[in-house]
Design a protein around this ligand. Structure first.
Ligand code: GLV
Ligand code: MN
Ligand code: MN
Length: 406
């Protein structure tokens, strides 16, 4: 099947008609539909799908660990942020299947196993920890902690997995699987507009900025909005507002990024002072020391503002990814392959997190980026032109043929 046919099949799954964005959260119905699509598509290409203990899907051409040499794996994720775009994640998986279809059509026979992976909960949209599936696989999250992660309704990951027919007792590192993989190459839409500026359809990743997520809880006292005198209030919204402004200032001062994209005010009545405000800080910086300075500045500003308003304050880290530098040997080899194919790829840094960044600590990894003319991501405005998607498939097919062909 062509890229366009595969893309069209997956496109309606989990799409919200009113916003045009995707709501594909792990272990929900849309997620199950995405997994069915993955398994069906793999089968149509003659690939065998397995689900590992962490819920990540693996479609294999050949058998990993069968003595034919370390496997080459490509892939990405199928889950989305709330009202995310169509491309972040799925582009890598659809392109992987299209590239394998192309290789089969060309009569290519891999000398070593070739796999397509779909990592679960990459966005952390349901359980809060980004790249959860790859972190569990790589031993970067304690499986007991993973099992007890809760979604917004208090449902644990363990219960969500059980409801989807999976056994949460199997969560945890899979050393045999990791040892059987020689390289992981993830194709992803660019989440910025550097390729557009350079006039190139495909680039390769240099590295990923250190980044993380922190949860801030402000606890005040619920009261009547129409009768409580201003000096008598303990309103948690006020220190939160001061903290959001302080985060912007700290990011500006340090050359970093800081975002509050998720805020929950409880109990959420328009005519009541909130009892508590929960907010999530996403912070990213070119260096870990800079990131630490930003988070400390935000934490200090929050504690100070909370004290002024008689509000309790707590901060805890939900996830952290240190600086990632992708494997230079693999990156240069990919550069040579694409240059030989007439498309020398620009090398780009990124502030976005990826499963490839987690796996980089354990196996050689690399990333290909496909041009995004809007430069927008985590939004329905995210876009890639069909011709650029085809260029991505051709680039990935060439890279896989090179890596798995010898
Ligand atoms: C993933 O897209 C992230 O960078 O948050
Ligand atoms: Mn994303
Ligand atoms: Mn992604």
């Amino acid at each position: 099947m062509s890229f366009g046919e595969l893309w069209a099949e997956l496109l309606p799954v989990g799409r919200d008609e009113s916003t045009g964005g995707y709501r594909r959260y792990s272990w929900t119905e849309p997620d199950a539909a995405c997994r069915d699509w993955f398994t069906r598509t793999a089968a149509s290409l003659g690939l065998q799908t397995e689900c590992d203990g962490n819920g990540n899907l693996w479609a294999w051409w050949g058998k990993p660990g069968d003595g034919a040499g370390p496997a080459i794996v490509t892939g990405s994720h199928l889950d989305s942020v709330p009202d995310g775009g169509a491309f972040d994640g799925p582009l890598g998986i659809v392109s992987a299947f299209a590239a394998i279809g192309q290789l089969r059509q060309d009569g290519f026979h891999p000398a070593r196993p070739l796999g397509v992976a779909a990592f679960t909960e990459e966005e952390g949209s349901r359980f809060g920890v980004a790249c959860l599936g790859s972190r569990l696989l790589a031993g970067a999250v304690d499986p007991a902690v993973g099992r007890d992660l809760r979604d917004q309704d208090g449902v644990s990951l363990a219960d969500a997995m059980r409801a989807a027919g999976r056994n949460p007792a199997l969560l945890g590192p899979d050393e045999d699987l990791l040892a059987a993989i020689g390289a992981y190459v993830e194709l992803h839409i660019e989440q910025g507009s550097m390729l557009d500026g350079l006039g190139a359809p495909v680039g390769v990743a240099d590295g990923i900025w250190p980044h993380g997520r922190w949860r801030l809880d402000f606890t005040g006292r619920a009261d009547h909005a129409g009768t409580t005198r201003l000096p008598d209030r303990r309103d948690p919204m006020l220190p939160f507002a001061a903290t959001a402004l302080a985060a912007r200032q700290a990011a500006t001062d340090c050359g970093a990024l800081a975002t509050f994209g998720k805020v929950i005010a409880e109990p959420g009545a328009a005519n009541a002072i909130s009892s508590s405000v929960h907010a999530w800080l996403d912070a990213r910086a070119p260096e870990a020391s800079v990131l630490q300075a930003v988070v400390e500045a935000v934490s200090e500003a929050a504690a100070e503002a909370a004290a002024v308003h008689g509000v309790g304050f707590e901060l805890r880290q939900e996830s952290f990814t240190p600086l990632v530098s992708f494997d230079p040997v693999l990156r240069d080899r990919i550069g040579e392959v694409l240059t030989a194919a007439g498309r020398p790829p620009p090398v780009l840094p990124t502030g976005a997190g990826h499963d490839a960044g987690i796996l980089a600590a354990r196996i050689p990894t690399a990333m290909l980026f496909v041009r995004n003319p809007t430069g927008v991501s985590h939004s329905p405005a995210e876009h890639a032109e069909p011709a650029d998607c085809e260029a991505g498939v051709a680039a990935l097919a060439a890279v896989l043929a090179d890596l798995a062909g010898r």
